[in-house]
Design a protein around this ligand. Structure first.
Ligand SMILES: NC(=O)c1ccc[n+]([C@@H]2O[C@H](COP(=O)([O-])OP(=O)(O)OC[C@H]3O[C@@H](n4cnc5c(N)ncnc54)[C@H](OP(=O)(O)O)[C@@H]3O)[C@@H](O)[C@H]2O)c1
Length: 332
């Protein structure tokens, strides 16, 4: 019987949740076609919510979070995967109500599994993780709407976060002029190093005057925060520009009129990584490993299961920058 370590989140009563690292066996895992020995996982905002008892993400506790995992197939009853294959599993129900990547083994349906692309290591794939994949979908949203580097500046909001920092990096790599909006004054050097040409405060990209249209500035916007910042981005986008929307750390609300859409032809593109069809999923991973590949060392922090607790707390306070990959094989 295979024994392994996993983080388990338990409700202790009175809506208090505790996280501990416990021993489990593969018999504790759900049924599924593919058993994966996890090499790396990563920390996403959704994991921080699941790890603190958010029932919108995870209905039942005790639970092992981790919406991302990359590792090696240990057993498979599906003909498409064999022991030894390197694979990535992200989104679907992983880490939500299915035990996730914060454990050294996962067992999942075969149709959740993506083969690790050539030119990407397990660690690199989790430096991207769902945040990087979402950044990739967002960049693809701009490209598919014909936003090209010659059209002008692209605004990225929540720029020091996981999705934001990878979006800044990919866009800069592809030759776009990137303006980063960040609440972290101290992270200006970090954002410049990723390729941002200008860094604005959150206040500078927030307009609450109620005006339906603002001065046209952005050829495109990748928004990761929602609320007034997203609304302001839409109102400041140039004729024919595109805005992508993936997150709600600032707010789930969006106060705008129809004028940016009907007077300036602005497109608003919704991004959903969780249920992204497999064809697009493979294409995005291929791009992340190929033409869009960025220097991930600049934005990666590596930790272990034992160091994860502190990172979760920091993420919930909006204090993390870049990405956190979790090394599941560390002996620490
Ligand atoms: N739709 C999808 O498929 C999908 C997939 C992945 C993630 N998401 C969502 O995308 C968002 C970002 O995810 P992430 O993994 O990048 O999270 P993250 O690493 O925690 O980054 C979020 C960033 O947003 C900024 N921020 C935090 N609180 C804010 C506030 N109150 N007002 C304005 N900005 C604030 C901070 O950046 P600065 O300090 O630099 O401003 C923070 O680093 C989350 O809402 C997440 O749930 C959606």
């Amino acid at each position: 019987m295979i024994h392994f370590k996993a983080m388990v989140v338990e409700e202790t009563g009175d809506k208090e949740y505790v996280r501990t690292i416990v021993d489990r066996t593969i018999d504790d895992l759900p049924t599924g076609e593919v058993l994966v020995k996890v090499g790396y996982s990563s920390l996403n905002y959704k994991d921080a919510l699941s790890a603190t008892g958010n029932r919108g993400v995870t209905r039942k506790y005790p639970h092992t979070p981790g919406i991302d995992a990359a590792g090696v197939v240990a057993e498979s009853v599906d003909p498409n995967f064999a022991p030894g294959d390197k694979v990535i599993v992200t989104s679907y129900d992983l880490g939500m109500n299915t035990p996730g990547g914060f454990g050294q083994y996962i067992r999942v349906p075969a149709d959740w599994v993506v083969r690790l692309p050539d030119n990407l290591t397990l660690k690199e794939s989790m430096a991207y993780g769902t945040a990087g994949f979402t950044a990739g979908l967002s960049v693809s949203g701009l490209i598919n709407h014909h936003v090209t580097p010659d059209q002008g500046e692209i605004l990225v909001t929540g720029a020091s976060g996981g999705v934001g920092s990878i979006a800044v990096s990919i866009l800069a790599e592809l030759g776009y002029s990137v303006v980063a909006a960040s609440g972290k004054e101290q992270e200006k050097p970090f954002l410049r190093n990723l390729g941002a040409t200008e860094i604005l405060t959150r206040e500078a990209v927030t307009d609450t005057s109620g005006r339906p249209l603002l001065k046209e500035r952005w050829a495109g916007v990748i928004d990761t925060v929602g609320g007034d910042i997203l609304a302001t981005g839409i109102k400041s986008t140039k004729m024919g520009g595109t805005v992508t929307c993936c997150g709600n750390v600032a707010s789930h609300e969006l106060n705008t009129t129809v004028f940016p859409f009907i007077l300036r032809g602005v497109s608003l593109v919704g991004i959903n990584s969780q249920n992204c069809p497999m064809g697009i999923r493979r294409e995005i991973w291929k791009n992340l490993a190929g033409p869009w590949k960025v220097n991930l060392d600049r934005l990666l922090n590596e930790t272990t299961l034992d160091g994860l607790d502190e990172k979760i707390e920091r993420m919930l306070k909006g204090k993390l920058k870049g990405r956190v990959a979790i090394n599941l094989n560390s002996k620490e």
